[in-house]
Ligand binder design. Sequence first.
Ligand code: ZN
Length: 75
Amino acid sequence: MDEQTKAIRELLHPKDYTRALDLRDTSTGGVCVCGCEVFIALISFDEYNDISFYFLDGECADCGSMVTLPYPDPY
Ligand SMILES: [Zn+2]
């Protein structure tokens, strides 16, 4: 396993949640309270490789806080 593969695995499966908060149902605006703009999410793609759907529950890639991911305004 090379270093890049190892880094991605550690990003997707963090072990340190000492800074994590439960921020679900609060608006993050796409930025976690720690300042990170990257989130871990469960997503699905359609046959055109566009995002088909994603779960609104996500996790901050830096601090591990649970967040409600932003979503498009349906109106
Ligand atoms: Zn965070």
